[in-house]
Ligand binder design. Structure first.
Ligand code: F6P
Length: 339
């Protein structure tokens, strides 16, 4: 078979291990693997590169994606979906493996439904907010990076007796913030799923400052703020959150309400780069291998998913219909740890 592979949406560590898993498993079937460059953009423009065994020899440790990525949405371009269908045929692709999050896999699901295109998904997102899979690769690496940042901030916060605010990514879901706060032993966390209660938080921070001399707060970039500023959106209609300054706003509020000197750090895209952790490497190759098996068993419109410690098949529509958000029991668990 001739199998196309693309990576779409925000990059994250684990994409290259997934490409490696796909390429090595495809070799077992003597398949030809073709990389589509820059996500759906590459399919619209027929920009490709061959992927051979030597291309994936050394990519396990590499963050990002050797194929490039973009947030291009073919359904937002005039006749874009039809062009994808035509180009798949012209490229002679028997199947396409789309590696992405809710947006990229949402397009894959639609192309399968609208035209019966032979598409299979591989889930990725550092936000960990994709349904039908327990974890996505990228998440573990980014939280590991965010915890490292939190620990560095703790050193300076302790020395200066300040409140330190760390803003992390997480557009709709607070998984990154929550796990960073729990894993890094923070004193409070604000996530998009829970309305921020600044009075309660500040009261707690004053108490913590009295006991420890400093306090640590983790804020997800996606928390809802009441200001009415017009915000820029991407092709999938999502706000470009890095320009919002949520962490800065929260730090100013904390300083005003507690009278404790407060500083903020925004790690932004740093948490999305770097070598994948062991967890993300193993998950990446496993879902990559499984996706090729889905192709050979003609399970199109499906994706590889993690369930417990098994890789299983999930439906692309079920996975992209609604996001996997942090539920109240997880948040309550974090609150238990704030003393
Ligand atoms: O991929 C998801 C994500 O990491 C979000 O958490 C974040 O808001 C967004 O990507 C940033 O996207 P971009 O790289 O396009 O600015």
């Amino acid at each position: 078979m001739k199998i196309g592979v693309l990576t779409g949406g925000g990059d994250c560590p684990g994409l290259n291990p997934a490409i490696r898993g796909i390429t090595l498993r495809a070799e077992d079937f003597s398949d030809e693997v073709v990389g589509i460059l820059d996500g759906w953009k590459g399919l619209l423009e027929k920009e490709t590169m061959p992927i051979s065994l030597s291309d994936v020899d050394e990519i396990m440790r590499m963050g990002g994606t050797i194929l490039g990525t973009s947030r291009t949405n073919p359904y937002k371009k005039e006749g874009g979906a039809e062009i994808c269908k035509k180009n798949m045929a012209e490229l002679g692709l028997d199947a396409l493996i789309a590696i992405g999050g809710e947006d990229t896999l949402g397009v894959a699901a639609k192309l399968h439904k609208d035209f019966g295109l032979p598409v299979v998904g591989v889930p990725k997102t550092m936000d960990n907010d994709l349904s039908c899979t327990d974890y996505t690769f990228g998440f573990d690496t980014s939280v590991t990076c965010a915890i490292d940042a939190l620990e560095r901030l703790r050193d300076t916060g302790r020395s200066h007796r300040r409140v330190m605010v760390l803003e992390v990514m997480g557009r709709h879901a607070g998984w990154v913030a929550l796990f960073t706060a729990i894993g890094g032993g923070a004193d409070w966390v604000l996530i998009p799923e829970i309305e921020p209660d600044l009075d309660k938080m500040c009261e707690h921070l004053i108490k913590v400052k009295k006991r420890k001399g400093y306090a640590m707060v983790v804020v997800s970039e996606g928390i809802k703020l009441s200001h009415k500023k017009k915000e820029e959106v991407d092709e999938f209609g999502h706000m470009i959150l890095q320009k919002r300054g949520v962490g800065q706003h929260i730090a100013e509020e904390i300083e005003k309400m507690t009278k404790i000197e407060t500083r903020v750090a925004v790690i932004g895209h740093i948490q999305r780069g770097g070598p994948p952790t062991l967890f993300d490497r193993i998950l990446g190759v496993r879902v990559g291998v499984f996706a090729v098996d889905l192709v050979h068993s003609k399970r199109f419109g499906k994706m590889a998913a993690l369930s417990g410690n098994n890789i299983i098949e999930a439906d692309l529509f079920d996975a992209t219909g609604r996001l996997k958000l942090v539920d109240k029991s997880w948040y309550d668990m974090a609150l238990t740890l704030f003393k």
